[in-house]
Design a protein around this ligand. Structure first.
Ligand code: 5GP
Length: 216
């Protein structure tokens, strides 16, 4: 009788620890969409909500910093040689070439943050997003495609980045047009018609997922 009570207690304890451990590992949130759609703005707005326990995955890039960007905050700016070294040593969760430069997500920090219970946001272009969706499947992964209200709107946004070279603008636009159909590969599509509204929608997606994880 005592033995069976003890066994029941141990079983319950195991279940509770398992639930606790599962709940502790953070979500992986892929925020993708064409360049210029406003991923960065939405991501920063969403991250203001501290209740979501979010962390931003800082990418590596071989492109030069833009005027207000900072090393270790916006990106890690690396040489092409260093980037290729990271690929060779399998240190990137995903990577892609985008308009003449390399961009990639360092693998170890994402894993560490998720282990610490942080819900990690990857703000990445579509090719990298595809790689992550293939590699990381499961109930703790969410993919969100951010849509511009129209291609004209996207064109205006890309043009407004004054530090972008004209050839880059054309290339980014042509690429954006091709990328629009990829939205069907994502769990969610969010229209960035208004920053506050779109950020609210992304927050609600994350909140719903977190709530479902607790219930599970
Ligand atoms: P930008 O030069 O405008 O900062 O970034 C160009 C594109 O690369 C954007 O769509 C941006 O979201 C994406 N990007 C930024 N970091 C990464 C990354 O680590 N991996 C991939 N695949 N794309 C990234």
């Amino acid at each position: 009788m005592y033995a069976s009570a003890l066994l029941t207690f141990i079983q319950y304890e195991t279940i509770i620890i398992t639930i606790f451990m599962e709940a502790k590992r953070g979500l992986l949130i892929i925020l993708s969409g064409p360049s210029g759609v406003g991923k960065g703005t939405i991501r920063k707005k969403v991250m203001e909500d501290k209740s979501l326990n979010l962390a931003f995955s800082i990418s590596c890039t071989t492109r030069l910093p833009r005027p207000l960007e900072k090393e270790g905050i916006d990106y890690y700016y690396v040489s092409e040689e260093k980037f290729k070294d990271l690929i060779a040593h399998d240190e990137l969760l995903e990577w892609a070439e985008f308009v003449g430069h390399y961009y990639g997500t360092p693998k170890a920090p994402v894993e560490k943050l998720r282990e610490q219970g942080k819900n990690v946001i990857l703000e990445i272009e579509v090719e990298g997003a595809k790689q992550v969706m293939e590699k990381c499947q499961g109930s703790d992964v969410i993919s969100i495609f951010l849509m511009p209200p129209s291609l004209e709107d996207l064109e205006k946004r890309i043009h407004s980045r004054r530090n972008e070279r004209a050839t880059n603008i054309e290339e980014r636009l042509a690429k954006a047009k091709r990328e629009m159909n990829l939205k069907y590969n994502y769990h969610y599509v969010v229209l960035n018609d208004d920053v506050d509204r779109a950020a609210e929608e992304v927050k609600n997606i994350i909140k719903t997922k977190l709530a479902a994880q607790i219930v599970k």
